[in-house]
Design a protein around this ligand. Structure first.
Ligand code: F6P
Length: 320
């Protein structure tokens, strides 16, 4: 049971809703009479002792903001034993008895290492990739998918005007969740993800046939880790003879005001995380399974790889 203080940090790639989650951690802890520190700029800030006490007003005007007011970073030094020791000493200096980490796979792995050194850790999955094992949902993925769908809607207008093929590259180095979700919700014709093989010739032949039958546009969504969108654009243009353009959405998908789903779920997860860490829990990640908050073992979450739901892949190919 925590007597004095907990801390909260965001780490790795930011995702919309991280602020809502951190806000819920802060306000829940204060409600329970526990001090809360913010660790600024992820593990980098932990090592630099960029640790400041937060109050209720520190998280005012935050729920609607993308990014993270705590800042975030990718930190090589934390990957060394020495670096982690330094981080732990800084936490102890402030009498921090437990830490809530909001981030993706890499950030939660960092947390699992810190936990082995004796610091209680509760994790929340925060990444637009939706690739954390054991949870259907990660904070920010819904907002990113909505951003991608909004872009697809606009790209279809211009594709249709010119009878073009447009290739839309979305984020996801190893995970195709964002691509498949955006493809289904955006009504794309094809989706190419790292997890599933595709046949370029078959796809191009089908596109040519459908254009002969009167089709005015074709949208192909590609996850960044599946192949080079630019290279694919050249090949598709060559093989089909149809005017083709490539649009890379990039970091625009990471920003923006979180959707209602991200705000609500991040708030629910933030409250659960704060209550758990205060009550002395450790090595747990809170996520969602079929609409309900679930607790996942931290080591299971970081040692297993989440697979892309084959039902989503199937649906995308049926509905195109
Ligand atoms: O992990 C989230 C993610 O947005 C990936 O989809 C993407 O490949 C990566 O981060 C980009 O990271 P960075 O911000 O370091 O360019």
């Amino acid at each position: 049971m925590v007597k004095n203080a907990i801390a909260v940090m965001t780490s790795g790639g930011d995702s919309p809703g991280m602020n809502a989650a951190a806000r819920a951690v802060v306000r829940t802890a204060l409600f329970e009479g526990i001090k809360v520190y913010g660790i600024y700029n992820g593990y980098k800030g932990m090592l630099a002792d960029d640790i400041r006490e937060l109050n209720s007003r520190s998280v005012s005007d935050m729920i609607q903001r993308g990014g993270t007011f705590l800042g975030t970073a990718r930190c090589k030094e934390f990957k060394t034993e020495e670096g982690r020791q330094k981080g732990l000493e800084n936490l102890r200096k402030h009498d921090i008895e437990g830490l809530v980490i909001i981030g993706g796979d890499g950030s939660l792995t960092g947390g699992s290492l810190l936990s082995r050194m004796g610091m209680p850790i509760v994790g929340l999955p925060g990444t637009i990739d939706n690739d954390v094992w054991g949870t259907d949902y990660t904070i920010g993925a819904d907002t990113a998918a909505n951003t991608a769908v909004d872009a697809i809607n606009k790209l279809r207008d211009t594709a249709s005007a010119h009878r073009r093929i447009i290739i839309v590259e979305v984020m996801g180095h190893t995970s195709g969740w964002l691509a498949v979700t955006a493809a289904i919700a955006g009504g794309a014709e094809y989706v190419i993800v790292p997890e599933v093989k595709y046949d370029l010739d078959d796809m191009c032949n089908e596109i040519v046939e459908s254009y002969k039958g009167g089709r005015r546009y074709c949208i192909i969504v590609v996850a960044e880790g599946a192949c080079s969108a630019i290279g694919l654009g050249k090949q598709v243009a060559e093989k089909t003879g149809i005017d083709t353009r490539v649009s890379i959405l990039g970091h625009i998908q990471r920003g923006g005001s979180p959707t209602v789903e991200d705000r609500i779920k991040a708030s629910m997860l933030g409250e659960r995380a704060a209550l758990a860490i205060i009550s002395g829990a450790s090595n747990v990640v809170f996520g969602f399974d079929e609409g309900r908050v679930v607790a996942i073992n931290l080591f299971d979450a970081v040692n297993n790889k989440k697979t892309l739901d084959p039902e989503l892949v199937r649906l995308a190919s049926v509905l195109r």
